[in-house]
Ligand binder design. Structure first.
Ligand SMILES: [Zn+2]
Length: 268
């Protein structure tokens, strides 16, 4: 296929599949159009399989939900946040949410597509996170899933592949998506999102935490703790994909007047 034909086909495909947005509503105003070339179902199926495998591996290593008190805390936060996702997506509260704690010193937490959440014990214990700080991290990770940032990332990779004419003629999209998504759960637990994705997740995550009745000022204390952690050493996994810096803290501070009324309303 000539490159020109491929590009015009891609153009037609983009126009068709083209730009949509996964979420709507909310006070924090995230409305960026997104390019989606694979289905939500494909990504969710792949994520569910990855999550099952991850839990099986953790069980075998004796690292799944070993601290009952910690599991209870993390699940309680999830139970309050999950219903609040309705503000951004009508379908999300009915997702098959799963929440587990992995015994690991690595500072990490994630929410795979479709609501499969895991927190590493190290993140909570080493940073001595309060429930509100756990809620801010969880809100952030859930926001990535609501916005389907992983699906967008796979789509962008496919689009890039197609434009430079490597492999993946357009009919091969499904196969390509399967390959990318089945690269193992590492691709879900250590995803590096773009700056825009991070900013969106910060905004929506803070709103989710506030609506669930958690003090959004915890966003500021959380990222200050993260900044302190990364000083003078190689940043842990979570911080290499989530850089903690003054800009991030400032953006969260600027959002407080928007989300604090939601927190006040939730407390009543
Ligand atoms: Zn993130």
């Amino acid at each position: 296929m000539s490159r020109l034909l491929l590009i015009s086909l891609l153009g037609a495909l983009l126009a068709l599949a083209g730009c949509q947005t996964t979420t709507s509503g909310g006070a924090t105003g995230v409305a960026r159009p997104q390019l989606m070339l694979v289905s939500s179902e494909q990504l969710e199926r792949s994520a569910a399989n990855s999550y099952t495998k991850l839990l099986a591996d953790a069980t075998e290593a004796g690292a799944l939900n070993t601290n009952a008190a910690l599991v209870k805390r993390v699940r309680a936060v999830a139970q309050r946040i999950a219903p609040q996702t309705a503000v951004f997506r009508a379908d999300a509260p009915a997702w098959n949410w799963q929440v587990n704690v992995l015994e690991s010193k690595a500072l990490n937490a994630f929410c795979m597509p479709g609501g499969k959440i895991a927190f590493n014990s190290g993140l909570i214990e080493q940073l001595k996170l309060s429930d509100a700080e756990i809620a801010v991290v969880m809100g952030h990770e859930i926001a990535h899933a609501l916005r389907e940032h992983s699906r967008e990332q796979v789509s962008q990779a496919l689009a890039a592949q197609a434009t430079i004419g490597i492999g993946a003629a357009l009919l091969g999209l499904t196969q390509g998506a399967t390959d990318l998504a089945s690269a193992g759960y590492q691709s879900f637990i250590a995803t590096r999102f773009s700056r825009d994705d991070e900013a969106e997740a910060d905004r929506m995550g803070l709103e989710l935490a506030a609506r669930a009745g958690y003090d959004p000022r915890a966003g500021v204390s959380l990222w200050r703790k993260m900044m302190a952690t990364q000083q003078g050493q190689r940043p842990p996994e979570f911080l290499s994909s989530h850089p903690a810096d003054a800009n991030r803290v400032r953006a969260i501070e600027e959002l407080l007047p928007v989300v604090t009324p939601l927190y006040d309303a939730a407390k009543r």
